[in-house]
Design a protein around this ligand. Sequence first.
Ligand SMILES: CC(C)(COP(=O)(O)OP(=O)(O)OC[C@H]1O[C@@H](n2cnc3c(N)ncnc32)[C@H](O)[C@@H]1OP(=O)(O)O)[C@@H](O)C(=O)NCCC(=O)NCCS
Length: 163
Amino acid sequence: MTEQPYHLVKKIGGARYEIDTDRARLDFRVLHAFLVNSHWAKGIPLAVLERAVQGSMPFGLYRGGRQIGFARVVTDHATFAYLADVFVLPEHRGRGLARWLVGSILAHPGLQGLRRWLLGTTYAHGLYRKLGFAEPAGPFSFMERLDREVYTGPGLAAEAASG
Ligand SMILES: CC(C)(COP(=O)(O)OP(=O)(O)OC[C@H]1O[C@@H](n2cnc3c(N)ncnc32)[C@H](O)[C@@H]1OP(=O)(O)O)[C@@H](O)C(=O)NCCC(=O)NCCS
């Protein structure tokens, strides 16, 4: 699928912020330095992160041309999308940037008409509620198969293979 450029600019107090889907602009040093220490992707190898970004729609957030935030979307481009790895670097938080970033992702022309958006969050429910996300209505719920040690230990595949 060809990727259409998506580039937004916003001025806040004299600073120039951008959202850009251009993969060539991504600063993998910033992305990896944050995500390798995050609670959800702790220990992720750089090569795995690069492969994950290659297989998703990445959205970079920039201040004065430097990367200060990120999110990526995993989608079938028709029915559903999964929002992952959302972050804004600590010194840039509290200015509405995550709301702008996630709102802009939801408004992306290539991501319209989907039946379901998914995401996982530990602390930021408030942010996503304001953008239309909610816990699934019971008795429906999601299930997962989670390998917490995939980046740091033998992982589920080795466990399954050993019987
Ligand atoms: C969560 C995170 C992306 C928010 O970034 P931010 O730029 O500071 O968020 P914003 O300034 O756009 O906040 C938007 C709104 O969400 C709310 N919000 C932000 N972070 C929140 C949190 N952790 N819990 C609850 N509400 C939150 C804000 O109060 C704000 O509400 P308002 O519009 O009424 O003022 C940022 O704190 C971060 O990178 N955290 C670490 C990574 C993380 O936890 N990511 C989420 C994993 S899914």
